[in-house]
Ligand binder design. Structure first.
Ligand SMILES: [Ca+2]
Ligand SMILES: [Ca+2]
Ligand SMILES: [Ca+2]
Length: 184
């Protein structure tokens, strides 16, 4: 059960990361993801843009080092599902590969610099990252756990952690890039 939910999320993630749409992840795909995220940072915000690019590079190195079972230099869907579970979300890698992106992304999205994300700031993520925005309002409501109308850094980190680690079908963080029960 718990594995089924996680593999559903990692499948969504694979489809999203596969920017070249050829059913395999390559270094270029992960670089394209880094560029997509980096483009969310303001023009003079090199620190956050670089942090997001570096984290995707780190992510690719993990995929290649631990996940490329057949050694062809590319990551198939099966290889991805296995390595995500076994390595990328392991405590020793999760912080630098995944939460590093969360922190830089949060700072880049917080355009008015008040330390929290308004709905408008949050929705920019969908537009820029190519995630259909139709569920953004519902997702925002779920991620805003204390219901104060904004997403705090803690709430954002919690959502991302849940997206990657939780096997609970009803975890609010599952909504990070839209409803997982709906095929993309
Ligand atoms: Ca491979
Ligand atoms: Ca803000
Ligand atoms: Ca909140």
């Amino acid at each position: 059960m718990s594995n089924a939910v996680k593999s559903q999320k990692f499948n969504m993630l694979f489809d999203w990361f596969d920017q070249g749409n050829d059913g395999l992840l390559t270094h270029d795909d992960l670089r394209a993801m880094g560029d997509l995220f980096a483009a969310l940072a303001a023009k003079d915000d090199h620190a956050n843009a670089t942090a997001m690019r570096d984290a995707f590079e780190k992510w690719w190195q993990l995929l290649l080092a631990h996940g490329d079972a057949d050694g062809d230099g590319r990551i198939s869907r099966d290889e991805f599902l296995t390595v995500m579970e076994a390595n990328v979300t392991a405590p020793e890698h999760f912080e630098e590969a995944v939460l590093a992106i969360a922190d830089a992304l949060m700072r880049a999205l917080d355009t008015n610099g008040d330390g929290v994300l308004s709905h408008d700031e949050y929705v920019r993520m969908y537009d820029a990252l190519g995630v259909p925005p139709k569920h953004s309002r519902e997702a925002f409501t779920r991620l805003d756990r204390d219901g104060n109308g904004s997403i705090s850094h803690e709430e954002f980190r919690q959502a991302i952690t849940e997206f990657y680690l939780s096997g609970d079908m009803d975890a609010p963080g599952n909504w990070l890039i839209g409803p997982i029960h709906e095929p993309v």
